[in-house]
Design a protein around this ligand. Structure first.
Ligand code: ZN
Length: 387
């Protein structure tokens, strides 16, 4: 069986050319990958979203009945809206030893290099299968991959390792913080602002809640991570969005705060939810005295589990060897890695490019990082061939 060949650079060019901003469909990219793999005799499993506008792709090179190693990446990219790009974000531009384009770093570079090695992986014909797991909607809270992971858990022999190719400068990351999204909605009572005592001002109540969020953030800053591996070495809390009110002379009926906790491993959302709800309870009597229909509701709307270090696990040892690194690191951003670990597949993160170049205008990955990742993949092919 022989299909089309692409070197790493050609495959990067191809993948960047699909505008897979999270709000758009990723199906053109998925169809391209599926056809490319089919050319090499590899079948793809698609796990689509509800309206079939997006899909995860899972494919196996080798004997699917055996465990195997997953190369995992997300196909979506963050928007370029409002960003000042020097070049077309969806056409790779090479300059000063760097490849510029949306997703070059986060994280189509890794996916492209993995795909460019398909002919070698097929030829290696090893006992250990290599799986590709390419997801959608990672950038909107790691929501897309969840259906793929539950499919894997229910229907497939579980792989023995996952390598998530998020940008780590090709170092090996074995821990990250958990991410939790909260929405607090305050319902007040509208009225003419001259009659403040007859209404309940949702914006002003939200201000009280924000103050409590600040106090929680301050408390967490004093609870230092004993491993000292994280930057910053504590859990962080912040409000990123607030919406409320109608006009200056109307007592606001609604106010919504969207806020987050980026938690050290071991800290879940429960403590903070309980604290904010208890605080809200102290505000309610005064609100209810004016109108019993007023209220404050806080929910956790998205949870991305942390990646917990599994020091000395076989995948960690293997990936350290493939990346020719001696040490592991911890990061403060979230990835799909914690979700794979939740179904008990040992998982580490290792990919080309720096997270400091992700999500920005003129996002790039250096040619040196691409070369390092190609070497990593070539060692993986050798490992597969020998095992
Ligand atoms: Zn990413």
């Amino acid at each position: 069986m022989s299909g089309t060949t692409y070197n790493a650079r050609q495959m990067i060019d191809k993948l960047i050319s699909f505008d897979t901003t999270s709000r758009l469909s990723n199906m053109e990219l998925i169809d391209f990958v599926r056809d490319y793999l089919a050319g090499w005799g590899i079948e793809s499993l698609l796990v689509p979203n509800e309206d079939n506008s997006k899909a995860n792709l899972y494919a196996t090179i080798g004997d699917a009945r055996q465990g195997g190693i997953v190369l995992s990446g997300h196909t979506d990219v963050v928007p370029v809206d409002g960003q000042n790009w020097s070049t077309d974000p969806f056409a790779v531009a090479e300059k000063d030893g760097k490849l510029f384009g949306r997703g070059t770093c986060d994280m189509k570079g890794f996916i492209a290099i993995a795909l460019s090695r398909v002919p070698q992986l097929v030829a290696a014909n090893g006992k250990t299968p290599i799986h590709f797991a390419f997801s959608y909607d990672e950038e909107t809270g790691c929501t897309g991959v969840r259906s793929l992971i539950s499919h894997m858990k229910q229907h497939l022999p579980l792989p023995r390792a996952v390598i998530v190719g998020e940008p780590t400068d090709m170092t090996v990351v074995n821990a990250h913080k958990g991410g939790y999204t909260f929405v607090t909605e305050v319902t007040g009572l509208e009225g003419h602002s001259s009659l403040a005592h007859k209404g309940v001002n949702a914006v002003m109540i939200a201000g009280e809640i924000l103050s409590e969020i600040n106090r929680i953030a301050a408390d967490f800053r004093t609870r230092l991570d004993t491993s000292r591996r994280f930057d910053p070495p504590y859990s962080t809390v912040h409000a990123g969005l607030i919406q409320g009110g109608t006009a200056l002379n109307i007592i606001p009926l609604n106010c919504k705060i969207i806020w987050e906790l980026r938690a050290l491993p071991g800290q879940g959302p429960d403590e903070i939810l309980e604290r904010i709800r208890k605080f809200a309870d102290t505000l309610l009597p005064a609100m209810h005295a004016v109108d019993p229909g007023t209220g404050i509701i806080t929910e956790c709307t998205n949870a991305i589990p942390p990646l917990l270090p599994e020091d000395g696990s076989p995948v960690e040892t293997l990936v350290l060897a493939l990346a020719q690194q001696n040490d592991t690191y911890a990061v403060s951003y979230q990835t799909e890695a914690g979700l794979y670990q939740e179904i008990e597949i040992p998982t580490v993160i290792c990919g080309p490019g720096s997270i400091t170049q992700a999500h920005k205008p003129d996002e790039y990955v250096s040619l040196a990082q691409i070369a390092a990742c190609e070497t990593f993949m070539d060692r993986l092919v050798e490992h597969i061939a020998a095992n």
